[in-house]
Design a protein around this ligand. Sequence first.
Ligand SMILES: CC(C)(COP(=O)(O)OP(=O)(O)OC[C@H]1O[C@@H](n2cnc3c(N)ncnc32)[C@H](O)[C@@H]1OP(=O)(O)O)[C@@H](O)C(=O)NCCC(=O)NCCS
Length: 329
Amino acid sequence: MAVDVIDYLRERIKGKGIRIVFPEGKDPRIVTAVARLHKEGILKPILLGRKEEIEKASKEAGVDVSDVIQIDPERTYIFEDLVKSFVEIRKGKATEEQARELLKNVNYFGTMLVQLGKADGMISGAIHSTGDTVRPALQIIKTRPGSSRTSGAILMLGPNGERMVMADMAINITLDAQQVAEVAIDTALTAKTFDMEPKVAMLSFSTNGSASSPEQEKMANATKIAKEIIAKEGYTFELDGEMQFDAAVAPEVGRLKFPNSKVAGDANVFIFPSLEAGNIGYKIAQRLGNYDAIGPVLQGLNKPVNDLSRGCNADEVYKLAIVTAAQVN
Ligand SMILES: CC(C)(COP(=O)(O)OP(=O)(O)OC[C@H]1O[C@@H](n2cnc3c(N)ncnc32)[C@H](O)[C@@H]1OP(=O)(O)O)[C@@H](O)C(=O)NCCC(=O)NCCS
C-alpha cells in the first residue's frame, strides 16, 4: 500500500489501544507483523495458538512476542463461556458439543473474542482459505443494519497517485439490485475510511439507459435504490449510474454520454454488477495498468474481520492489521 494511506491510517489509530486478534499465531509472517505492531505501539495484538507453536514461529522469524497477549483456545479458562455464548448466538444452529468442537478452531475462537468485545477486530487467512476465514464472521458477527450481504472492496493505488475503491471483488457471485445498492453504500463508507471523498459510479455496459436489458436494468434500479438510501440516511457523497467505465473516469466521455451527472468523468468508487466483472476488472488494472491492489477489505459486517491472501508476506499482514484497526468504530 502506498506509504501515504498507511501513514494516514497509522496516525489515526495510534495510541487508541485497539485490540486486533491474530488467530494464526503459529505462522512466522504473522508473528513478525505482530512484533512490529506491538513494538511501534500502533495497536494491541492478541495472538492465538499453542504456546510451543508461537515460540517455534517466533524463533523461525527471529522476533520476540513474549510480552504480547497470547491465548491457547484449548487451554483457556474462558473456553466454556465462549461455548455457551456461541450456542446462544447460533440460536438452535449448533449444539454445545458442536460449539466445543468449532471453538477449538482458531478462526471461530477469534471471531467470538471480537463478537464478545474482548477484541475489536480480527485478521486471518495466511494459512486458511477465504471461506474458512470469513464463514465464522458471517455466522457470528453478521452484517450491520442496512447491509444484507458482506462484500469485499479493493483499494486500487495508481502509478500517478490515483486512489480508487472497487467492489464487490471477493464474496458474492451475483447480487440483486437492492444488494448492489447496499454494497455501493458500504463501499462509499470504506472509501471514507481511506480519507477519500467518495464519488460512486454504478458500472454497466450501458450509460444512462443507452442499452436495454435485464443486466442494465439491474444497475439502473440499484442506482435508484442507493440514491434513496443516501437521501434517507443523510449521506453527503455523490452516486450515479448506470454508466460505463469510460464514462465514469474520462471527463470528456462523461460529459458526452452523461452530461448532467456529478459523478461521470470524476468517479473514484466503482461498483461492479457481478463478482465476475469485478474480479476480472481489478486484475486488468493491476496487471496492465500497474495499479497496486490492496485487500479485499471486508465491509458490511458489524465488526471488522479481514482475510489475508495465503501468499501474503509480513509487510502485508502489518498493513492489513492497520486497515482493520481503522475500520473499528
Ligand atoms: C463467503 C463464502 C465462503 C460463504 O460460503 P458458505 O459458508 O458456503 O455460505 P453459506 O451459504 O453456507 O452460509 C453460511 C452463513 O453465512 C451467511 N452468509 C453467506 N454469505 C454471506 C454474505 N455474503 N453476507 C452475509 N452473510 C452471508 C449465511 O446467511 C449463513 O448464515 P447462517 O449460518 O447464520 O444462516 C462464499 O460465499 C464464497 O465462497 N464466496 C466466493 C468467494 C470466492 O471464491 N472469492 C473469489 C475471489 S477472492
